[in-house]
Design a protein around this ligand. Structure first.
Ligand code: MOS
Length: 743
C-alpha cells in the first residue's frame, strides 16, 4: 500500500493559502467582528518606576459610549500561572493590574472599553494617573553588574589552558535591545457564551495559550478555546500570552459582550517583549596551528524587575567546536523595562554573533583563513553532552558556501578588494540551531464529498505550515492539493506544537503521515466489506491506495474513488489519528545531539568618501535535514538574512534615560532592513535527511538563517574598512576612523 504519486516532498510548492492572503480573505485575529462587540484601548504608564497614587477615571467614564474602565481596583481576581508548569508558559509572571506598582514605561494601568474604537481611544486619553515616581533603572550598559554569575557548561580547566595558549582573543561583544516587529499587531478578541470563552488571538501557540488563559482567569480548561487562523508572523513575540489577553477576556466577561483589544505599534515597543541587550565576553585560546584549546563565554542580559528571562547566549557554544577546556557563565541584570521575550533564534543568534566574531578575530591573529579555522575545529561529537550528532554537515556548509561565494578570490589586506570604484569587504561565519521534535497529534479524514481534511492544533505563522500539511497528505494519499482541507490554529483540535524554535515541520510530518496511512488502511478495509463495492471480498493486502483511488494491485483501471466507497457505506467521513513521538522519547533520537548547521558568506560595499556601507551579497548554505518545501524554506532563510542585515547595521531600541520610554518606538524611527537594504541572496540547502528525524528526516528551518549573519557582516566591515566594531549595530560613526583609501 505504498505507491505515491510523488515527489511532492522536496518539491517547491506554492502556498495553498496564497490566494486567501493575496485577496485579503484570510482572517487574521483582529479581522473577527462579532455581533455586539465593544472596543478596548489600554492606558499606559508614563513613568518607568514608582507607584500609582491615584487613578482618576471619572472623566473617562462620563465620555460618550464608554462602557467600562478596568484597573487594579476593579479587575477582580486574576491568577499567575503555575510555576514550572511546562504546559502553561506565560510571558510575564505578574498578572494584569496585579498591584499599583509601575515597573516599566508603557505598563498597562487601565483599560477603557467603549462602543467604538474612537470613543475608547478618546476616553483612554483622559484617564489621569498621579504617580509617586522613582528614578528608573534603565541604564543601557550592563557593566555595573557585580552580583553572582550562574555557571553553565563546563569541561576541562579553562583558566589553565587559556593562560598557556599560544594565541588568544579576549573581547566583549554587545548586542542591543531589538524589538519584534511582525507586520500584524498583537490583538485579542474575547467572546463569552455563558461559561464558554472563545479567544481569537495572535498567538504562536493556541494550545499553550488556552492553558495559560484558563489558569489566569481561573476557569476550567474545557471552557476555553483559542483560535489563530492566520498570523502575520511573530518572531517569538507571540509565543506566549501577554497581559492584554486576560484584560480583554475580563472586560468581555464583565460586560457580557465580545471585546476586541488591538495593540498599537507604539505599545508593541514596550509591552510585548523584545530581545534583551547582551554583553558577552568571549575568550578563545588556540595553538599556533589554529586548534582551539580554551573557550569561555561569559554573558549578561537585561531582564525586567520581576521576570527572570535568560537569553541563553551560550546555546551553541559548548557543541559547535571541538575544544577540551570550556567555561560558560551568565547573569541577569534587572532594569525598569518590560519583560524580554524570545526573538528569532533566541540565545544562539546573539551568542553566535559573539562567538563567531571572536573566531574571526582569532583567524586574523593566527593569519589563518577563517573558513579553515572552523574546519580545523569541527567537532566529531557533542563534547558538551558526550553524545553523537544525529547528522552534522557543518564542514560541507563551509566548503559549499566558500565555493559558491568565490571565497578563494579573497585577498586579505584591508580595503584590498574593489569593484566599480567601491571597496569590497568579505566576511563569513558559521551558524547552528537546535532541533527538536515535539509531540503532536493529527487527524486525517476522508469525506464522502471527495475531499480529505487534516487537522492539528498548531499554527501557520506565515511560514507555510498549511502547505506542509497538504504536502504530506498528498504524498501519502495521492489526493490532489485542491481537494485537501487543512484545519489548524484552533485549540479545540488535537494537540499540536507551538510555532517556535523552527520546530513545527519536524514535529508535524510524522503525525500527519501516520494518520494518513491509518485512514487509508481503514478505507481499504471498508471497501472490501461493503455491498456493491467493486472490491467486495478482496483481501486488504491485494489492494492499494493511489491517486485518491483504491484498486487491486494487479489491475490498472476500474478502481473506485474513496468517496464512492463512503457513499456506498452511507458514511460521511472516515478518520484516523497519528501521533509524533517526541525526540526525547524516541530511542533513535533521545541520545543524539540534534542541530542544524549553516555557513554565511557576506560581501559589503564601502564608499569611504561618503561613508556609505551596504551589504551587497550573501551566500547562505543550510544543513537542516530534508527540506519538505524548498520554496517556503528558502523564503524563510532569505527573510532571516534580511533580518540579519537589520541586526548587523540597523536595529536597536533606545530608551530615554529619564523616563524609560522607547525613543524610537515607531516604524518611522526604529530602523529595519527594507527591500532597498536587501542584498543579493543565494540560499542553498544541503538536503541531507536526518536519520533520526522521523519519516522524512526534516529538522525544520527559519531561525538558522539569522545565525551568524551579523558576525559575517562585522568581519566584512573589518575587511573593507579596518574597523573592528564589537557593538551592534554597526553605525557610520563607527567607521569614520577608517582610512580613506583611494579607489
Ligand atoms: Mo521563535 S523566537 O521560537 O518564534
Amino acid at each position: 500500500m505504498s505507491t505515491t504519486p510523488a515527489g511532492i516532498i522536496g518539491r517547491p510548492t506554492p502556498r495553498i493559502d496564497g490566494p486567501l492572503k493575496t485577496t485579503g480573505t484570510a482572517k487574521y485575529s483582529a479581522d473577527f467582528h462579532i455581533e455586539g462587540m465593544a472596543y478596548a484601548v489600554p492606558v499606559i504608564a508614563s513613568i518607568a518606576s514608582g507607584k500609582i497614587r491615584t487613578l482618576d477615571t471619572s472623566a473617562a467614564e462620563k465620555m460618550p459610549g464608554v462602557l467600562l474602565v478596568l484597573h487594579h481596583g476593579n479587575i477582580g481576581p486574576l491568577y499567575r500561572t503555575v510555576p514550572g508548569d511546562g504546559d502553561a508558559t506565560n510571558s510575564e509572571v505578574r498578572s494584569a493590574f496585579e498591584d499599583d506598582v509601575v515597573r516599566h514605561w508603557g505598563q498597562y494601568i487601565a483599560l477603557v472599553v467603549a462602543e467604538t474604537f474612537e470613543q475608547a481611544t478618546a476616553a483612554a486619553a483622559v484617564v489621569k494617573a498621579d504617580y509617586e515616581a522613582e528614578k528608573p533603572s534603565v541604564r543601557e550598559s550592563l557593566d555595573d553588574y557585580t552580583g553572582e554569575r550562574k555557571k553553565g557548561s563546563h569541561r576541562g580547566d579553562f583558566d589553565k589552558a587559556f593562560a598557556s595558549a599560544q594565541v588568544k582573543v579576549d573581547q566583549t561583544y554587545v548586542t542591543p535591545i531589538e524589538t519584534h516587529n511582525p507586520i500584524e499587531m498583537h490583538g485579542s478578541v474575547a467572546v463569552w457564551d455563558r461559561e464558554q470563552l472563545t479567544m481569537f488571538e495572535t498567538t504562536q501557540g493556541v494550545v499553550n495559550h488556552r492553558v495559560v488563559m484558563a489558569q489566569t482567569l481561573g476557569v476550567p480548561i474545557e471552557n476555553v478555546r483559542v483560535v489563530t487562523r492566520f498570523l502575520g508572523s511573530g518572531f517569538g513575540g507571540k509565543l506566549f500570552p501577554w497581559p492584554h489577553c486576560a484584560m480583554s477576556a475580563v472586560a468581555a466577561r464583565k460586560l457580557g459582550r465580545p471585546v476586541k483589544l488591538s495593540l498599537t505599534r507604539k505599545m508593541m515597543f514596550s509591552s510585548v517583549g523584545y530581545r534583551p541587550r547582551t554583553e558577552q565576553r568571549i575568550r578563545l585560546g588556540a595553538s599556533s596551528d589554529g586548534k582551539l584549546v580554551a573557550l569561555s563565554h561569559d554573558y549578561l542580559n537585561n531582564t525586567s524587575m520581576l521576570d527572570d528571562f535568560d537569553e541563553g547566549c551560550a546555546e551553541a557554544t559548548p557543541y559547535l567546536y571541538s575544544v577540551a577546556n570550556l567555561s560558560v557563565t551568565s547573569a541577569l541584570v534587572r532594569r525598569n523595562l518590560g519583560a524580554p521575550m524570545y526573538m528569532r533564534g533566541p540565545g544562539a543568534v546573539p551568542g553566535l554573533y559573539a562567538m563567531e566574531a571572536g573566531m574571526n578575530e582569532l583567524a586574523d591573529e593566527l593569519k589563518m583563513d577563517p573558513v579553515k579555522l572552523r574546519i580545523v575545529n569541527d567537532a566529531e561529537k557533542d563534547e558538551d553532552k558526550n553524545i553523537p550528532f544525529s547528522s552534522r554537515h557543518y564542514q560541507e556548509c563551509l566548503e559549499v558556501g566558500a565555493k559558491k561565494f568565490g571565497w578563494e578570490k579573497r585577498t586579505a589586506g584591508t580595503g584590498s578588494m574593489k569593484r566599480d570604484g567601491k571597496i569590497l569587504g568579505w566576511g563569513m561565519a558559521g551558524a547552528s540551531w537546535v532541533a527538536t521534535r515535539l509531540p503532536c497529534t493529527a487527524h486525517v479524514e476522508f469525506h464522502s464529498n471527495g475531499r480529505v481534511s487534516v487537522r492539528s492544533g498548531t499554527q501557520d505563522i506565515g511560514t507555510g505550515t498549511y502547505t506542509t500539511f497538504a504536502q504530506v497528505v498528498h504524498e501519502k494519499t495521492g489526493v490532489p492539493l485542491d481537494r485537501i482541507d487543512v484545519v489548524l490554529g484552533d485549540s479545540s483540535l488535537p494537540d499540536g506544537p507551538m510555532s517556535g524554535g523552527s520546530m513545527v515541520t519536524g514535529s508535524v510530518c510524522d503525525a500527519i503521515a501516520k494518520a494518513s496511512t491509518e485512514a487509508m488502511k481503514k478505507m481499504l478495509a471498508l471497501s472490501t466489506g461493503i455491498d456493491g463495492s467493486p472490491l467486495k471480498g478482496a483481501k486488504a493486502e491485494e489492494l492499494e491506495f493511489a491517486d485518491g483511488r483504491i484498486r487491486k494491485k494487479d489491475q490498472a483501471a476500474g478502481d473506485p474513488e474513496f468517496a464512492e466507497i463512503l457513499k456506498l457505506a452511507r458514511i460521511d467521513g472516515l478518520s484516523a489519528e497519528g501521533k509524533t513521538v517526541p525526540t526525547w522519547e524516541d530511542p533513535q533520537s533521545k541520545d543524539k545531539s540534534l542541530h542544524s548547521y549553516g555557513a554565511q558568506f557576506v560581501e559589503v560595499e564601502w564608499e569611504p568618501e561618503i561613508a556609505r556601507l551596504r551589504v551587497s551579497r550573501v551566500v547562505t548554505v543550510i544543513d537542516a535535514g530534508r527540506i519538505i518545501n524548498p520554496k517556503a524554506a528558502a523564503n524563510q532563510i532569505a527573510g532571516a538574512v534580511v533580518m540579519g542585515v537589520g541586526m548587523g547595521l540597523l536595529e536597536e531600541t533606545v530608551h530615554d534615560q529619564r523616563t524609560g520610554q522607547p525613543i524610537n518606538g515607531s516604524m518611522a524611527d526604529y530602523l529595519m532592513a527594507t527591500c532597498a537594504d536587501s542584498p543579493d541572496i543565494d540560499v542553498t540547502f544541503l538536503d541531507h535527511p536526518d536519520p533520526v528525524m522521523g519519516e522524512y528526516g526534516a529538522r525544520g528551518v527559519g531561525e538558522i538563517g539569522l545565525a551568524g549573519v551579523a558576525a559575517a557582516i562585522t568581519a566584512a566591515v573589518h575587511h573593507a574598512t579596518g574597523m573592528r566594531v564589537r557593538e551592534l549595530p554597526v553605525k557610520i560613526e563607527n567607521l569614520l576612523g577608517a582610512k580613506v583609501l583611494q579607489a
